[in-house]
Write a protein that binds this ligand. Structure first.
Ligand code: FE2
Length: 187
């Protein structure tokens, strides 16, 4: 059997230590990003079940870890070709590391004052392609959209301060100028 140099269990141990010692998101990112990159580029721990994608939502959301209170949440996401997410926030911080394939990440900025429930005005920001070993750190409040732009399934490692189905986060339709709750189907 191949020895795995860095395991999900070791990553979770490191994540727990870091979030116990740091409250500042920048400090968490500084310490966690290289470890997320290390796990995402470690071969051997990903199995066939992680490749399963939910056809209805366009991606598979596989739980690798969460605490009883939903913090320190780690997921492997598998994306069908030409599928992705609407613009969304997370209601917490997020660290995303590319495992394989090509995912386009589009950043959005909210420009209204969020005073009208269900209404949101967004302007488009930068776009970047996430590939194996690249890491994107998103502070609480950041808004992005992710799209698999390749012909194959893409995979990425997502770590959140808290499981995103428990943070009251939103999805946005920039054209219709709407905001609504965003709950994902977890595999
Ligand atoms: Fe996201």
């Amino acid at each position: 059997m191949t020895e795995i140099n860095y395991s999900v269990a070791e990553y979770v141990e490191d994540l727990r230590r870091i979030t116990a010692e740091e409250t500042d998101e920048k400090a968490i990112f500084q310490r966690l990003a290289p470890l997320a990159q290390k796990l995402a580029t470690t071969p051997g721990w990903i199995t066939d079940k992680h490749r399963h994608c939910d056809k209805a939502q366009g991606f598979g959301f596989h739980t690798l870890h969460e605490e009883d209170d939903h913090t320190n949440a780690v997921f492997l996401l598998s994306w069908l070709p030409d599928r992705g997410t609407p613009a969304h926030d997370h209601g917490t911080w997020a660290v995303v590391a590319g495992i394989e394939g090509e995912e386009k990440e589009t950043m959005w900025t909210r420009v209204d004052d969020a005073s009208t429930p269900g209404h949101a005005e967004l302007t488009k920001g930068t776009e970047a392609i996430m590939t194996a070993g690249k890491v994107s750190c998103l502070p609480s409040g950041d808004i992005h959209a992710v799209w698999n732009v390749a012909d194959e399934i893409s995979m990425s490692l997502h770590t959140y301060g808290k499981h995103v189905n428990f943070t009251d986060r939103s999805q946005f339709d920039p054209e219709a100028k709407t905001a609504s709750p965003y709950i994902v189907t977890v595999d």
